[in-house]
Design a protein around this ligand. Structure first.
Ligand code: TRP
Length: 334
């Protein structure tokens, strides 16, 4: 029997290279080895975007098309929409007794996000809602509602998986062995840096290359990417290790080419403009098959709907089964 894995994404924007190299690629490569549930976490997205429901709804479809375009196959993976499985919300309520408010406030991922909000809105946390603080509880329900044994995620999600493991252990202690304690499955690629050299590529940082970017956009973005700021003239020797153009060459170009680029750059035998032009070509070559598939799904929205409907139906069956066991254990199976 295949192991069950579950992972999720907040539908708040299109997928970029950071999502692809940090997670999506791994999901694609392991998809037929597991019973794979992929949650489009619209309820979680609403904890941050409750005042912008149009954005969330639009991105449910955008993200699904992005995932299909990178080769995640609905034959292998059950795509489902979180809000369409009310059992998750029900389980969240049961779990909320098993976690303290102070434990949630100490969760490193939540803490970082609260700090970012404070910076953004300049207040002392007054804007933190009950729903936002509780989203790790809801995420624990996401995972366990489908009996997820492994959760493939980036390292920023580890505190959320740990929180889930604590909740599950507590549940099993109080109500008897019912649920499996999930394990994280870390992707082997670290975070992907942004065009500006920032450690993280992100939508809010405005430094991302999206899988849906067209040729013109790619050209503009790469021409503006950060290079070695100490290099003034075309023939100055430079350090490829601080150059974002070389960094992306390493993602999409061949090892052989990259060795040449690295040596030429260090010797001052390669201008940045030429190097950027080569990267534009390679990046477009890399994105072209993804764009092709994307076009297909843009033209066939019914197929996208079908993927979501069928996956959600299957996920719902599994959630109902889990909730029967949960309610029996909690003695609320009237
Ligand atoms: N918190 C994840 C993110 O921001 C999304 C997510 C929702 C998730 N539910 C999940 C990830 C369950 C793993 C498992 O990207």
């Amino acid at each position: 029997m295949k192991k069950t894995i579950l992972t999720g994404l907040r539908p708040t924007g299109n997928l970029h290279l950071g999502h692809f190299f940090g997670a999506g690629r791994t999901w694609r490569d392991i998809q037929d080895e597991y019973d794979f549930y992929l949650e489009i976490a619209d309820v979680q997205a609403l904890t941050d975007n409750f005042d912008n429901p149009e954005k969330v709804r639009k991105n449910v479809y955008e993200i699904t098309k992005d995932l299909l375009s990178i080769g995640i196959k609905p034959e292998n993976v059950h795509f489902f929409i979180q809000s369409q499985i009310p059992e998750i919300a029900e389980l969240t309520v049961f779990y909320s007794n098993l976690v303290t408010v102070s434990r949630l406030q100490r969760n490193p991922t939540v803490k970082t996000e609260i700090a970012q909000k404070k910076e953004l809105f300049g207040n002392d946390g007054e804007s933190i809602t009950y729903g936002f603080l509780g989203y790790p509880v809801s995420q624990a329900a996401d995972i366990t509602c489908f009996k997820g044994e492994c959760v493939p995620v980036g390292d920023d999600q580890l505190p959320l998986i740990e929180q889930c493991r604590e909740i599950v252990r507590k549940f099993n202690n109080i109500y008897g062995e019912t649920l499996k304690v999930p394990e994280p499955l870390l992707s082997n690629t670290p975070r992907i840096k942004g065009l500006d050299g920032n450690e993280k590529m992100g939508k809010s940082l405005g430094n991302a290359i999206y899988l849906v970017d067209d040729e013109e956009t790619i050209k503009k973005k790469i021409m503006g990417a950060l290079t070695d700021t100490n290099k003034i003239k075309k023939d100055d020797p430079a350090n490829p290790d601080v150059c974002m153009v070389y960094y992306y060459h390493k993602l999409v170009n061949s090892e052989e080419n990259n060795n040449i680029i690295c040596n030429e750059c260090k010797k001052g035998a390669r201008g940045c403009v030429q190097c950027k032009k080569e990267l534009i070509t390679k990046m477009n070559e890399f994105l072209e098959p993804i764009r092709e598939k994307r076009k297909y799904y843009d033209n066939n929205p019914n197929e996208v709907n079908k993927v979501l409907e069928e996956g959600t139906k299957l996920a719902k069956e599994k959630a109902i089964e889990t909730m029967k066991e949960v309610k029996k254990a909690m003695k609320i199976d009237y």
